[in-house]
Design a protein around this ligand. Structure first.
Ligand code: SAJ
Length: 420
């Protein structure tokens, strides 16, 4: 099979590698020439465990090539971003553009799969018309169009791509079956066939469920501050119940999926989605809550120094997109109270962020509070005596509840109740 993958980001690149590794001839397409050049040399431009090896091997074997324009293929997979506009509605123009870009290369009987996350009805209302306007009869399967939402979690993409179940939503029943055949080549999990619209909604509801659940945990963290109880203990014990699964509170919800996808449903049903909207508001309010907790911890100190540990949107990734940590750093530096902020993140390179990065020791040196914002393994396995060794006052706000126990000299607060 010849497969053409449009978009070589967090989803398109691993997907290309996995199909190439399974023996398909894959041509990856990206508008960014650097990404294409890097790939053609067998290298990668993002951090994801296990990805580098697969790409190196696939390029070396000749199964994977890259370019800035598509090529003829039997299967086209579109994996381009769907960002949100300032008014929180989805920008599907990259998906539309990718569809237009493949028009010169498609032939009768080809399979076209959109993996990008899209608002409900996008396949019917935005993608299909681009193809039918060119004379392709989708109802009669001139082309097999489907939506197969990606569902892999950054940090475990290479295993989840193979092992997760997949939902394939066809424009027609036959299109769903064709897409299922494509994935069967690499996926060991079950593949469920449905309509494009149901696939769009299912994907969005997975992430919305998580957003609402995290909002509940975050609200509990705020309530715990008032009631003087440790939210983590409450969640731990409540989750012992076989039908309860409260998620973890934290500094906010980041990344390009959970913090964004609920808006794709909300925009289509604004008047009847108060729960989803409130969840978004609660999660978006967490950076302010964290800053208010830092204010409390430093109330008697003038010009306090805050050591920020972790800038990414979650642990063990290098992704700072929509990261609440970055938001918190700017809220601290633009605060009416003067904060001296030093940042450390072992996964982030300085060119990724508009901030100066320090070594861990440099960040902690003379700090009044350390603020843990990402649960990287480096912090989970940290020797907690380092705080007292360097800090002015060894006080830590661990918003991720990830640090090992204190060495006895350091006061480690959970998010919420500051009495520890
Ligand atoms: N977070 C919490 N508390 C939790 C869990 C997460 O505060 O209990 C925060 C994280 O720190 C992070 C954000 O939420 O800032 C999202 O992280 P995540 O690990 O929950 O999810 P993502 O965004 O990395 O990936 C999600 C996944 N969706 C689900 O688990 C339902 C993934 O499977 C999807 O493929 C991905 O979105 C996507 O691309 O849609």
């Amino acid at each position: 099979d010849n497969i053409c993958v449009i978009g070589l980001g967090y989803i398109g690149l691993p997907t290309s590698g996995i199909f190439a590794q399974a023996g398909a001839n894959v041509h990856g397409v990206d508008i960014d020439e650097n990404v294409v050049d890097t790939l053609n040399k067998g290298n990668i431009h993002i951090e994801e465990p296990g990805l580098a090896e697969v790409i190196k091997e696939s390029v070396a074997s000749g199964h994977l090539t890259a370019g800035t324009t598509p090529k003829q293929a039997d299967v086209f997979i579109i994996a381009v971003p769907t960002p949100v506009y300032d008014d929180q509605t989805a920008n599907v123009t990259y998906v539309e553009k990718a569809t237009r870009n493949i028009l010169p290369y498609i032939k009768k009987g080809d399979t076209i799969i959109v993996e990008s996350t899209i608002p409900p009805r996008t396949i019917y209302d935005n993608v299909a018309p681009i193809l039918t306007n060119e004379g392709w009869d989708l109802d009669n399967n001139d082309l097999y169009l489907s939506h197969c939402p990606e569902r892999v979690i950054p940090g475990k993409i290479m295993t989840e791509l193979k092992e997760n179940t997949r939902i394939v939503g066809g424009y027609t029943e036959e299109a769903a079956t064709k897409a299922a055949d494509v994935y069967r080549r690499v996926v060991s999990g079950d593949i469920f066939e449905t309509t494009a619209l149901t696939a769009e909604m299912s994907k969005l509801m997975e992430n919305t469920y998580r957003d609402v659940n995290i909002a509940l945990a975050n609200e509990l963290a705020k309530v715990s501050a008032k009631l003087n109880v440790n939210a983590h203990d409450v969640i731990h014990l409540a989750n012992m119940h076989p039908r309860v699964n409260i998620h973890q509170p934290g500094p906010g919800v980041g990344g390009h999926c959970i913090a964004v996808d609920p808006y794709f449903i909300i925009e289509k049903a604004k008047d009847i989605s108060p729960l989803m909207q409130t969840a978004r508001e609660i999660n978006n309010s967490m950076p302010d809550f964290v800053v208010s907790q830092v204010d409390k911890l430093t109330k008697n100190i003038s010009n306090p120094k805050v050591a920020v540990l972790g800038l990414t949107y979650k642990g063990n990734v290098d992704d700072v997109r929509e990261s609440p940590a970055i938001d918190i750093v700017f809220k601290l530096t633009n605060n009416k109270k003067y904060y001296d902020v030093a940042c450390h993140d072992p996964h982030v390179k300085e060119q990724q962020v508009p901030l100066r990065l320090s070594s861990l020791e440099e960040a902690l040196e003379q700090a009044d509070v350390a603020l843990v914002l990402a649960d990287h393994n480096e912090y989970k396995e940290m020797d907690t005596s380092v705080f007292a060794k360097h800090m002015n006052t060894p006080v830590v706000l661990d918003t991720r509840n990830c640090l090992p126990a204190s060495d006895g000299k350091t006061l480690i607060h959970p998010i919420g109740n500051l009495s520890g």
